[in-house]
Design a protein around this ligand. Sequence first.
Ligand code: NCD
Ligand code: ZN
Length: 358
Amino acid sequence: MTVLEIAAPDDWHVHLRDDHMLASVTPYTARCFRYALVMPNLVPAICSTAAAVAYRDRILAAAGPHARPDFQPLMTLYLNDALDRADLLAGAADGQVMAAKYYPAGATTNSAAGGSSLLAYRQVLEAMAEAGIPLLVHAESTDPDVDIFDREAVFLERELLPVLDQVPGLRVTVEHISTRAGLDLVRANDGVAGSITPHHLTCDRSDVLANGLRPDLYCKPVINSREDRDALVAAATSGDPSFFLGTDSAPHPLSHKLASPARPGVFNAPYALEVVAELMFQCDALDRLEGFVSWHGADHYRLPRAGSTVRLTRLAEDETTPLDEVTTVDGQTVTIFGVEAARRWRWEPLTEPEQVGG
Ligand code: NCD
Ligand code: ZN
């Protein structure tokens, strides 16, 4: 039996939604992760500090009885024309806002309020660089002439590199990296880090397309080639502090996942830790798990590493039948990613975390 102890993990990219969906999915994040960096792509988008603070209160109210005592949602603002620079700076200075997120309009779920050019926000970006506020980027070109599997690389080339060049000192996270191009950009630029999801680490596009279409694996940026997946695994198991876990857990009702067009997003919060632990186990790299899920993100965001620990145990027999879906109070079903890994792993908080503000 394999047993290991690691500092409590953090999730550096999560969608918790609102209302009934928020109530159903938030407890899974809150029971496992200490920090959760919460994405602002609600409708309407979270564009002000006041909206972010109100949303954080709703998240904390939904965290549930099994939440870690130190569970802390960290809030982000949606970078678009409605964002007020002074409000962002004040919210960040107050510790209410962690970062601003840029979505190219039309690239993904609830991105209609996004931008058409990252450099158009140059003044905000310069103020963020000066104040040390990180920019989070959904790196995906929306140019219809660009092949879907090349859109990350093209966005980085056309949109992010000019910004890195012209706004020195800007701290950036390339979110949910899906290709070698994303990894290479992070490695080549100081102050730029990358989040990586459990599903991009464990699936490639053949899993999505080859044996019957898998809408449950459809997400943005799309899961890419086998070579890209191998490169992501190499980065996550390398110990490079520029890479860390962001689950991109993005719940959608099954009815929306099965609709045409299907909605992009994978709901993985319940077993994200198990999926990454099993991957590291299979790669003989369990000694890299703690850095990837517990240390590197905290270091990038200049927050303390968790003092409390979690014990993970790999079971010899896959004897259990983990839950494979959740149902909201209004009757929507949401499919859970990672059930196979959940058969293999158990985890429990080991040292009692300190209560936030306690
Ligand atoms: C996310 C969602 O559903 O909010 N979907 C996804 O496929 N990842 C949005 C996003 O992060 O792109
Ligand atoms: Zn996301």
